[in-house]
Design a protein around this ligand. Structure first.
Ligand code: SAM
Length: 461
């Protein structure tokens, strides 16, 4: 498996464009300004909904269904990036003497994409698997929305045609609630089961729903074949973290392979209420449709990073069929660089510390410069690889390249933005302003260390 090959972003982009063009009758004609303005408006609507609601939607309310264009070009790429990023964090080295794929079920590599939307989770897996010697693939798409299932299937088929033309791909669609899919699946097992960005809608944090969460977590684990992988990726907001942790608490029979260096209760949740474990990987410069959306769609809030909280577990097998998924050894960085306690915050790098989560299930403050990795989310085992850059050349759908035009001046008013949103607008922090663009010590973050601040950012459906 080509684990550390660049992710085939250009081909995913082409597939997403082809599907949109076909569905919305753009045909082969180059997309013009009107087209990008329409998509830009949809992105803004989604963005506003996600910002105001902090990406928390209850059942069936997610605005994805009414704005699939905006989702296709802005949010889907971010969500699949999140999943692919977590895949890049797993310890794939366990494969040295094992098969290169998650264990097959009935001769197939079977992936269950739960709450699939337009297919971000399974697209990320297809891109990650690489092209060589793939076994037959089967993808089960589960969502209560018929329309999103259409888009998901089209997206997967278009991408597979471009990237994996030889592969034997079967797609099954399950237009039903996640809970009934999990309950009624009758012992059907998958090599990989999981999803992303849907736990809020599944009501995990509703009060008095401990049994519901327990059943969800156990049913999810029950979908995974022995030696296979369960994976869930959520926004890296506090709520996203809590949702993921709610699942984690019921995955006691499985081996956690990401993000925790231990299987003990989460020390951040236990000892640091108000803080949460997440990553903020930067996006590649030429990320999918961002340039078109910025230059032509009037989208002014495109962020240069995403946040994510995820969870991956291996279902243990008595007779290990695959040793693919191993826990990574050693501690993991779980904060950004912070001024050392009691230091006068000179801003010098030697004064900085990071919090690490250790294999003993504790949180420790360590001098940043003493560590082999200092970036939040990175493990200290010295094996970090960053395979997420695009594989260029990226197909440009920029009208200026097709029509000899110049981008229009920005005349449209930008959408109302949260403070967090402003922070990601390519601004360097100035003076005593922190990364969120707020003056330190002001507002509701007063007194909290930087790494604990609320960071919902409208980029997280
Ligand atoms: C924000 S979208 C995420 C889609 C996709 N997983 C992604 O990462 O882009 C959430 C999806 O979950 C689906 N969903 C939410 N609750 C569901 C339920 N109870 N049963 C089935 N699908 C559900 C919604 O229809 C929506 O398509």
């Amino acid at each position: 498996m080509s684990r550390f090959k660049p992710f085939p972003q250009a081909l995913v982009k082409q597939a997403l464009w082809e599907v949109y063009a076909q569905r919305e009758r753009q045909g082969g004609s180059p997309p013009g300004r009107e087209f990008w303005l329409k998509i830009g408006r949809e992105v803004e609507v989604l963005h506003e909904a996600y910002t105001e609601r902090e990406a928390e939607f209850s059942k069936g309310e997610n605005p994805i269904h009414g704005h699939l264009g905006g989702y296709q070009f802005y949010y889907l790429p971010r969500n699949l990036f999140r999943v692919a990023h977590v895949l890049s964090r797993l310890n794939w080295r366990g494969t040295a003497d094992g098969p290169p794929f998650p264990p097959l079920v009935g001769g197939r590599l079977r992936i269950a994409d739960i709450g699939c939307g337009s297919g971000a989770f399974s697209l990320a897996w297809l891109g990650w698997l690489g092209q060589e010697n793939l076994p037959p693939l089967e993808i089960a798409l589960v969502d209560q929305g018929r329309r999103v299932l259409d888009w998901a299937e089209d997206n997967l088929r278009a991408f597979a045609r471009l990237y994996l033309p030889q592969v034997n791909l079967t797609i099954s669609r399950h237009t039903q609630g996640v809970v009934s899919f999990l309950r009624e699946n009758g012992g059907d097992r998958f090599s990989v089961a999981g999803g992303g960005m849907a736990l809020n809608e599944l009501g995990l944090q509703d009060s008095g729903r401990g049994n519901h969460v327990h059943r969800m977590a156990r049913s999810l684990a029950g979908l995974v074949t022995p030696g296979g992988l369960g994976l869930w990726v959520e926004p890296g907001t506090r709520q996203g973290f809590l949702n993921v942790m709610a699942l984690r608490e019921h995955l006691t029979e499985e081996t956690l392979v990401y993000p925790c260096p231990h299987g003990l209760p989460c020390p951040m949740k236990r000892d640091r209420p108000g803080h949460w474990c997440h990553e903020t990987p930067p996006l590649p410069m030429d990320f999918y449709f961002d340039q078109e959306l910025r230059d032509w769609g009037g989208v002014g809030f495109s962020m240069r990073e995403v946040n994510l909280s995820g969870l991956a577990f291996r279902v243990n097998a008595t007779n290990e069929t695959s040793r693919l998924f191993q826990k990574r050894p050693g501690a993991r960085v779980v904060s950004e660089r912070l001024p050392a306690r009691g230091s006068k915050s000179s801003g010098k790098s030697q004064d900085k510390v990071v919090m690490v989560c250790t294999p003993k299930g504790t949180l420790e403050e360590q001098p940043a410069l003493s560590l082999p990795a200092r970036t939040r989310g990175w493990f200290l085992d010295g094996a970090e690889q960053v395979p997420m850059a695009g594989d260029g050349p990226i197909v440009s759908l920029h009208p200026s390249q097709q029509m000899g035009d110049q981008p229009p001046a920005r005349t449209r008013p930008s959408v109302k933005k949260s403070n967090e949103v402003k922070s990601h607008k390519f601004q360097k922090p100035k003076g005593n302003k922190n990364k969120t663009g707020k003056k330190s010590g002001l507002g509701k973050n007063k007194g909290k260390p930087k790494w604990s601040r609320k960071d919902t950012n409208g980029d997280t459906p």
